[in-house]
Design a protein around this ligand. Structure first.
Ligand code: ATP
Ligand code: MG
Length: 293
């Protein structure tokens, strides 16, 4: 059945992005934690109906590498999208991630992307903040664009640049699975070194055109050899080729030496790392509170 506002007990805000705010809530009857993404959308009732019906595709997205969908509802001019809560949050908050952890995470990320592609769904927004982890070591994708109407309605109010966008997309060419492979590559690069790989400006800069220009015009950045395994350097370089058809996809991704190396199902390695980090972040929050009190 579907969820309504009365079923939920809102607990805390988890974060907010360009188009909405995500809260943690408890589903009262199921006593299950959920993540509720609330987006303000000024659209017609017809558009609302269309969005809700398009989102139903999400009920059929069942994979260990994809966030589970529990339902969505409109209240006034806001849509609330209810999904699985991930206690490790998103990968953008962790800074640099060691290769042996990131490598194992990548296996799940690629499996998630392949699952979506197998359903003819394009993610359209692969980036560290849309990759979630939990303390059991699961890694799952969220925020993929299943509803054309929702994407359109958000686009009307969206301001800002998508720094993870492939050069061909910036140039207005066709968007393909290979474009998502670029986004995967640049995301891995950022998480491996702990900073966004283009130097001109940071990705939230006031000079977005400069950033987009360097992505389109410059040679893609390379991970330093020696610091990272050759397989990893090569994988990211393959993903970040300017010519889309030169990038591996989809079968070739799984067959790459980097993926094969870390495809050992050692989820407990990720689990331990995430748990440690979550505890560290928790301690920092408490320290901040006590120092400001
Ligand atoms: P953008 O709006 O540019 O896509 P974003 O992805 O950071 O940026 P949101 O999708 O609104 O923005 O998410 C905000 C934050 O909420 C995320 O960065 C993440 O930390 C947290 N979050 C989102 N979904 C979940 C979830 N299912 N479980 C736990 N935390 C989540
Ligand atoms: Mg997001």
């Amino acid at each position: 059945g579907n969820i309504s506002e009365g079923d939920l007990h809102f607990l805390e805000m988890l974060g907010s992005g360009n188009c909405g705010t995500v809260y943690k809530a408890l589903h009262r009857k199921m006593s299950m934690p959920m993540a509720i993404k609330v987006i303000i959308l000024d659209c017609t009732v017809d558009a609302q109906k269309q969005i809700l019906s398009e989102l139903e595709v999400l009920y059929r997205c069942k994979s260990p590498f994809i966030i589970s969908f529990y339902g969505a509802y409109f209240m006034e001019n806001r849509i609330s999208i209810c999904t699985e809560f991930m206690d490790g949050g998103s990968l953008d908050q962790y800074g640099q991630i060691p290769e042996h952890i990131l490598g194992r995470m990548t296996v799940s990320i690629v499996r998630g992307m392949q699952y979506l592609w197998s359903l003819k769904i394009m993610h359209r927004d692969v980036k560290p903040s849309n990759i979630l982890v939990n303390t059991t070591g699961e890694v799952k994708l969220c925020d993929f664009g299943v509803s054309v109407q929702l994407v359109e309605s958000i686009a009307k109010t969206f301001i800002g640049t998508n720094a993870y966008m492939a050069p061909e997309k910036i140039g207005g060419q066709d968007y393909t699975v290979q474009s998502e492979v670029w986004s995967l590559g640049i995301s891995l690069f950022e998480m491996a070194v702990g900073r966004f790989p283009y130097e001109t400006a940071n990705k939230n800069s006031s000079k977005p055109l400069e950033l987009l220009n360097s992505i389109v015009l410059k040679d893609p950045p390379q991970l330093p050899r020696g610091v990272f395994s050759d397989a990893f350097v090569d994988f990211v370089a393959n993903c970040m080729q300017k010519v889309p058809s030169a990038r591996p996809a989809p079968e070739a991704l799984m067959k790459h030496a980097y993926i094969e190396r870390y495809d050992d199902e050692k989820m407990e390695a990720i689990a331990r790392w995430v748990l440690e980090k979550v505890e560290e972040i928790q301690r920092q929050k408490i320290a901040k509170k006590t120092s400001s009190a």
